[in-house]
Design a protein around this ligand. Sequence first.
Ligand SMILES: C[S@@+](CC[C@H](N)C(=O)[O-])C[C@H]1O[C@@H](n2cnc3c(N)ncnc32)[C@H](O)[C@@H]1O
Length: 473
Amino acid sequence: MAVAIDLARASSTDAITPTKARAKSVARKVSREEREAETLPELGGPLAPWWKLVPRRYGHVLHAMCSYMGMFPPSLPRYFIEQYTQPGDLVVDPFSGRGTTALEANLLNRESVGVDLNPLAALLTGAKVDPPAKDDALARLRELQKGYAKKKVREAPPPEIAMLFEGRKTLPQLAFLREQLDPSSSREDRFLLAAITGILHGNHPRNPWDSRCLSVSMPNTFSMSPGYLRKYIREKKLKKYPFDAFEKIAARIEHLYAQGVAPSRGRGVHDDALSLDRHVAKGSAKLIVTSPPYLNVVRYGKFNWIRLWMLRESVQRVDESLSDRTRTNLEVERTDRQLGLSDRLGFRKYTAFLRDAVGKMSEALADDGVCVMTIGDVENNEYDKRLGLDAWAAIEKDVPLKLQTVIADRLVTENKVSRIWGENKGRATRVDRVLVLTKSDRMPTANFADPKEIVRRMATEAPGAMRDLPDEG
Ligand SMILES: C[S@@+](CC[C@H](N)C(=O)[O-])C[C@H]1O[C@@H](n2cnc3c(N)ncnc32)[C@H](O)[C@@H]1O
């Protein structure tokens, strides 16, 4: 039974005790065999990757509003929310990305705050956790459509954008919407803009008129570079179709509301994780589920330049603001390559950031709260580093949180966005280390003694059949 085998593999590396984590934290080349040989607890207790048993399709339709690099599956935060919080509790993610944790919390009737320094991430998080009523979103769209013919666009789109969209209908409509929509002015505008980012570009189906996206046929998950795209469009003789942006946005809104809205609301904040205390009161978060930036593979600005044009943001500004933190990872990479080991200076900078961020998380956390932090291993032909474990070993004496366990979450790399980026192949995360941290010495009691109950619930909500549970196959 394929699933059971997968799980057996997963459980062989699922959790390691803090002492083992320290012992294993020496940065060195670790063979795949060594990884397999780590002996770890059974997939029996609550601190194991139960979310892996849920079909990948699990998740409210709103999660998929717009693709986002480095996202984790909704089943991961859902598992911890179910286990360690009650309705009404506050769930926080200081590196919220597309808002996975925050939305999942609201769907389970918990409050949420998601903070991210990337404006695209903050937009998506805000739109998902505080959406307008569907009719209000559609009414605002109709109002814009009515005003369209009357208003002139002030700023002509640059040629890199013009090459992607049909020039007589789609492009002027988009340029108009870009100028009219102000995400800080209303929920409606924020939601419409977020919805547009998800359909701005994407591959065409067999019948291009059925496309949900507005561009020439190109990947949806990320923006290829303008130079590459120019060549791609020319060589593949890609046709620009005069799609009606208003129609496609309306269809998208219908789709995004098809499964209803969450019973609770949250806040999406555009800020640095190091300013978490400005947005979350001390001791108020029952749970934090987050995944900090960990590897200089993702350039959130560069790989989203088309979406950032729509947001009137500068690619450079985004990458520079984020790379203050991530550039240090490059230093780790470069010196790792030279020495075969981590460079203490580069690594220290990375861990200094993480230490400060964990400090802020600790302040936000309730005394009986749980903090779940996912950090991917860095692995390629040149070096191999368990960044999550090494970083924790470097900061643990300086932070007030205690490591309860580390769960290894093996990823199917084919499913990772980074797999698509030809030049970055092999830099994808293979194993995410899920660090489970608490303020007090002990883990609070989990809500479900039998975690399969949570898996069952998620599985029945996912379209398609439930996967076999390990002892039921
Ligand atoms: C691995 S992604 C998180 C993805 C998220 N878990 C999801 O499911 O979409 C890391 C995020 O950290 C954000 N980031 C990087 N530096 C940051 C900082 N200093 N403060 C807040 N967010 C930051 C990036 O913009 C990115 O969205």
